[in-house]
Ligand binder design. Structure first.
Ligand SMILES: Nc1ncnc2c1ncn2[C@@H]1O[C@H](COP(=O)(O)OP(=O)(O)OP(=O)(O)O)[C@@H](O)[C@H]1O
Length: 597
């Protein structure tokens, strides 16, 4: 379960402003600003509803002192009409405020998620090596959801409470300066525990969300590999692991809830304690005739409104801090720099692309393995149209050659060129357009067969798809599927055999029609029939293209123009099958093990 991922993610991210917890929410501002109209509408509605709330006590005093005391029927009517008028304004303004701020929350979080997804999907391979996708998905869902709640509810409540709090304090002084002075001693007392409790809460909340993300990542991984889990009969083990992860998450959440409960209790106790004290003194004033009953009622209402808004503020303050934790993680991710960038003025590839490849003295270490060179002074030249087979023991660096050519990583030293241009000077998308990759484990999306093949060229028409399917020897089995090309293939191609998945991947590459082809042959044994279809499909695909193939089959090795034998990130021998066998070196040994038994 130990995974270096989160630590690495934090290390690569910009230093987060953890010391200013709620200040972290400032990073939301650009997203809020985009919807200025909604923001202004919200603030106007807020002003109206706060004004209405704050005039309610005055309406009450008028009602009590003039309506009841004066005893006249007309005065009563007027006083109650005034009260009802205030209620109407309050109702409409509150509805408008709710509408605008909720919509603002939705829009803003939609933007945030979209921007985060757009950023993540473009980040380089070393970032994705170091971060579990389940964790990233949780940032996109749970944290973004938290922020939606913040804008739509907490921020709205916070601002509203702040306005009513300040307004009611002012009105308390207008109503009775002496009593107000009393109240002012109690209220700051209530703010102290909020400030102290809040800091602790921020820390606990962050770790609670991390624990939830851990559990989600675990579920994501194991449900995604359910076959492996069940084949090992590891369901009880995985249930236990997930149970432990959930239990840890709940335990952490419990600490947060407990802390939050205490902060709220103490705040309310202090505020209402102060109010009771003030009331007691006010009651003596009324009894002694120093104050009218209506004025005391007005004072009480302002005190209740003020006290209530401090309580609300205390509650949402904690939520704001929770959200600040979420926003902290999101903005960390948004600030992770892509290590693979397009140059300021990219050079174009010569058109049409010839497909020559050159590795010049390339040395490369994976960021996670700084001590072990994956490629070490690697030199390779491939002519346009040539097929080069890479062979070598596991870990020799064959896949790394393909990764560097696709510019998933940049070499530490040396240069990789396509058609004589350093690939670091190209727009990465243009480079990758010129290359088709057929990986060992083809990726099949949970979409129809048509959509899966069309992934190679999004604007391909049905004729082109049909031709690709035919050339990939995939037409027959696709047509035999229940809905032909429109059959959903299931997540990760669960409804296809290994050989069928590969032929889909080959059709996709054919449709892409790129001048350079990278092929990572499947090692898993395909049945003879399937293997032949795949082999034939590959031969069609390789025609007229520069091909680098990680070869596991004798047939591929024999067809290659040249075989490059790799070991420990270096080239140890080169030649044809016969030449290399005659040398009786590493190749002969591998050939004996791999192809010739
Ligand atoms: N993402 C990665 N992070 C850290 N180290 C890696 C990563 N990928 C590969 N390596 C290491 O780099 C070296 C070369 O790996 P590479 O995958 O290129 O070998 P390979 O020849 O393709 O092996 P195989 O035939 O088993 O796929 C190995 O020592 C491997 O452990």
């Amino acid at each position: 379960m130990t995974d270096p991922a989160p630590a690495t993610a934090t290390a690569t991210a910009a230093p987060a402003a953890r010391k200013a917890p709620v200040g972290q929410l400032r990073t939301l501002w650009p997203f809020v600003r985009k919807h200025r109209g909604l923001l202004v509408a919200w603030l106007l509605a807020l002003a109206c509803s706060s004004a209405a709330t704050l005039s309610l006590p005055v309406a009450f005093r008028t009602m009590i002192d003039q309506g009841f005391a004066a005893g006249g029927g007309r005065a009563i009517d007027q006083a109650f009409l005034l009260l009802f008028g205030v209620a109407v304004v309050l109702a409409l303004a509150t509805a408008a405020r709710f509408f605008f701020v909720s919509l603002l929350g939705e829009r803003m979080v939609a933007d945030l998620r979209q921007q985060l997804y757009a950023h993540l999907i473009g980040l380089d391979a070393s970032f994705h090596d170091a971060n579990r996708s389940g964790e990233l998905v949780s940032r996109l869902t749970a944290d973004a959801e938290l922020l939606r709640g913040v804008v739509a509810t907490s921020m709205s409540v916070a601002l509203r409470s702040l306005v009513t709090f300040l307004g009611s304090i002012a009105m308390l002084f207008v109503t009775s300066p002496r009593l107000a002075a009393f109240a002012l001693v109690g209220i700051p007392l209530a703010v102290l525990p909020i400030v102290f409790g809040g800091r602790r809460l921020q820390k606990i909340s962050r770790s609670a969300q991390d624990r939830v993300a851990d559990a989600n990542a675990l579920a994501n991984e194991t449900l995604g590999a359910v076959g492996t889990v069940q084949a090992h009969a590891r369901e009880p083990y995985e249930r236990g692991r997930f149970g432990d992860a959930i239990a840890t998450a709940v335990a952490t959440a419990r600490r947060r809830i407990q802390a939050q409960a205490w902060v709220t209790a103490i705040a309310i106790l202090l505020v209402f304690g102060a109010i009771t004290l003030v009331l007691w003194s006010g009651a003596h004033d009324v009894a002694a005739g120093r104050m009218s009953a209506g004025t005391l009622a007005q004072f009480v209402l302002y005190a209740l409104i003020g006290g209530g808004s401090v309580g609300a503020l205390a509650e949402v303050w904690n939520e704001l801090q929770r959200a600040a934790g979420g926003m902290g993680r999101i903005s960390e991710l948004l600030h992770v720099d892509n290590r693979i960038n397009a140059p300021a003025t990219p050079r174009p590839l010569p058109a049409p692309v010839q497909g020559s490849i050159a590795f010049d003295q390339v040395t490369f270490h994976y960021p996670a393995r700084p001590d072990l060179p994956a490629l070490d002074g690697f030199d390779l030249r491939v002519r346009p149209g040539e097929t080069v087979a890479l062979v070598g023991p596991s870990g020799a660096g064959k896949s790394t050659v393909l990764s560097l050519l696709l510019r998933f990583h940049d070499p530490d030293r040396g240069v990789v060129r396509v058609d004589g241009v350093d690939i670091a000077e190209l727009e990465p998308a243009q480079l990758r357009e010129a290359i088709a990759l057929v990986p060992q484990q083809p990726t099949i999306f949970a979409a129809s067969a048509r959509e899966n093949i069309r992934y190679g060229r999004l604007d391909a028409d049905d004729d082109a798809i049909d031709a690709a399917m035919q050339a990939a020897h995939a037409r027959e089995f696709i047509q035999a599927l229940p809905e032909g090309l429109d059959t959903p293939l299931g997540e990760r191609g669960a409804r296809l055999s290994g050989g069928q998945q590969q032929r889909i991947a080959i059709a996709r590459a054919l449709l892409k029609d790129a001048p350079v082809l990278l092929l990572d042959e499947a090692t898993s044994a395909l049945d003879a029939q399937s293997e032949r279809s795949v082999q034939q499909a590959l031969e069609t695909l390789m025609e007229g293209r520069t091909t680098l193939v990680i070869a596991h089959r004798l047939a591929t090795v024999l067809k290659a123009d040249r075989i490059v034998v790799m070991d420990k990130g270096r080239i140890v021998a080169e030649g044809t099958h016969a030449e290399l066998l005659a040398q009786d070196g590493l190749y002969a040994e591998l050939a004996k093990l791999q192809f010739l038994d």
